[in-house]
Design a protein around this ligand. Structure first.
Ligand SMILES: [Zn+2]
Length: 256
């Protein structure tokens, strides 16, 4: 009898847990745009296009070593990052040196996060609250550091949708936009429904620093026009807080 009651109550218990994580239901056609690696075309090409369509986005910045961050034909300057913030975009943390979390102890990881936070402070940018894993490398040992540093979301790769009711906020999946995966991106857009969010990871548009993650500008604008014409809501990662109760979401089990 007891067992039967538990079985009957299970869907209700699940619904309650979901309701606690979600402040309100995730609407269909919700897309998060995120841009990694502080590539200069994110300021010269991407930002004006996003403004044209009224879209939000998060820029996960770092100071790459190879080619060096000092090469301003390839990378954003901190003045441009400051300008992106002033334009209303979100600045997120991608570590100082693009170091994979699997290759750092917690002291080094904390320092790499702190460097970007200090730079943001210097350029009057709010402290980053969202993180993107360099090289999409995740590690259970990163969790405590991210928590201690007050991070709310951390984005990985994985090429699938984000289900806020199930996925731990420090293991947010995303789809990677490339020069040659047009159909995969349109297929991904179609998955933004039934409580799932589609998060995109984009690098340079074009990417002259790392050619293997290039997105051609014409293709990029084609996607933006599609999202606009088909009434998608395109937001920054921080805007997910309107839907997600972070404290409750952090209690979800991280599945590596
Ligand atoms: Zn990166």
């Amino acid at each position: 009898m007891k067992r039967l009651i538990i079985i009957l109550l299970l869907p209700l218990l699940f619904k309650t847990a979901t309701a606690q994580v979600l402040k309100k239901p995730i609407p269909d056609k919700l897309v998060v745009l995120s841009f990694d690696d502080a590539v200069v075309t994110q300021f010269t090409v991407v930002a004006p296009l996003l403004k044209k369509y009224g879209f939000g986005a998060t820029f996960f910045v770092c100071e790459f070593k190879d080619p060096p961050f000092s090469d301003k034909s390839k990378y954003l300057s901190w003045e441009q990052i400051e300008e992106l913030n002033k334009m209303g975009f979100e600045i997120g943390n991608h570590t100082q040196n693009h170091t994979h979390v699997t290759k750092m102890d917690s002291t080094r990881f904390t320092a790499e996060l702190q460097y970007i936070e200090d730079k943001c402070k210097e350029y009057h940018i709010p402290k980053p609250i969202n993180f993107a894993y360099p090289g999409y490398d995740t590690s259970p040992k990163a969790i405590n550091v991210l928590k201690a540093k007050g991070y709310e979301f951390a984005r990985a790769g994985l090429d699938r949708t984000y289900d806020p009711a199930v996925d731990h906020p420090y293991l947010m999946p995303s789809f990677t936009m490339l020069a040659n995966n047009r159909q995969a991106i349109y297929d991904a857009f179609a998955l933004a429904k039934d409580g799932k969010v589609v998060i995109l990871t984009i690098h340079g548009v074009p990417d002259i620093a790392h050619a293997w993650v290039n997105t051609p500008p014409e293709l990029f604008e084609e996607y933006l026009k599609y999202l606009h014409d088909n009434h998608y809501e395109v937001i920054a990662m921080r805007d997910l807080k309107a839907y997600i109760n972070i404290d409750k979401a952090l209690q979800l089990k991280p599945v590596f």
